[in-house]
Design a protein around this ligand. Sequence first.
Ligand SMILES: NC(=O)c1ccc[n+]([C@@H]2O[C@H](COP(=O)([O-])OP(=O)(O)OC[C@H]3O[C@@H](n4cnc5c(N)ncnc54)[C@H](OP(=O)(O)O)[C@@H]3O)[C@@H](O)[C@H]2O)c1
Length: 337
Amino acid sequence: MQLGTLKHAVDHKPVASDFAIIEADRPVCPEGGIVIRVVHLSLDPYVGSRLRGRHMGEPAPEPMKGAIPGAIIGQVVESRSPNFAEGDWAHAMEGGWQEFVAIAASEARKIDPNVAPLAAHAGVLGMPGLTAWSGITQLAKVGPSDTVLVDAAAGPVGGTVGQIARIKGADRVVGIAGGAEKCSLVTDTYGFDACIDYKSDGWRDRLAEALPDGLSVFFENVSADMAMLALTHAQTYARGVLCGLVDAYHTETQSQHPLNAGLIIGKRAQLFGLVVYDFYPRWDEYVAEAAPWIASGQLKFAEDRADGLENAPALFERLMNGKNKGKAVVTVAPEQV
Ligand SMILES: NC(=O)c1ccc[n+]([C@@H]2O[C@H](COP(=O)([O-])OP(=O)(O)OC[C@H]3O[C@@H](n4cnc5c(N)ncnc54)[C@H](OP(=O)(O)O)[C@@H]3O)[C@@H](O)[C@H]2O)c1
């Protein structure tokens, strides 16, 4: 079978030529485990950090051997667990870039392939969607009369943040994204009230115009600087969810993010650090709530898709450079064999 690995250890923002697709033995089913035939592979920003040993203390893969980490969706082809039968559909965060994954049954979740298109379990119903739902409904507790600002708004987290905020009753939802094409996705498809292209001239003025009464909630995906800009527009007692700092994942000073404490105090702001791991036990609850939103057209999503594991490195490089428009997903094999 094919397996995607690192050619060598990396200490820079990963590029396509850092990866190799090699032949490996199909893994053996462990006692109490399952083997999954991978159909879709999720590419996510944190993996870029993990490849450098910079993510939550998790190990980088072993070059020319270990599979690149990545969440997968696929079908169980062998089971030594009473919790899964052959033919069941499953999602596993620690699947990796490979055609077959052998994993403890406790590391996989059973999914229903009929509630939404299968690849949606990588994005809007997957870890990014759960992240958005957790921040909006469990931390910031968005409701009627809120005005919400989110950056990286065309991506799977940001796009879902704004739409769930709207579903929960927010009055106004504003996004920030890079480029006119991403902003059209944010307003025309996701239905945000406004999207500010931060790569265009005068964007800070347009952001102020888009928030005439300020904001009550911001959801930060990009940087401490953007969070501080959001705070300058915050109403008193605003809530801020600090979710990601993607702009700094590959800088030398990745762990230094000064915040303006005086501004936070003056605004009496509440800031919530979000780590989605805390919400994994509530994943099925999220899917049960969100799948009907997808079916009714209230919750939309976009995908940046590649076909074949051999095309994962190029798509990963696009993601690392912020060029993806929607969820980065690699279709490794057809749904039906
Ligand atoms: N805390 C958690 O548990 C958790 C869980 C999941 C995700 N996250 C974080 O949530 C954020 C969004 O995740 P996502 O999966 O939805 O990602 P994504 O939006 O698909 O991709 C990241 C986006 O960030 C923007 N960006 C700004 N500066 C960038 C830079 N220097 N390099 C690369 N991209 C840059 C780009 O959009 P523009 O062109 O629009 O700027 C890019 O498309 C990330 O920070 C991620 O790490 C956190």
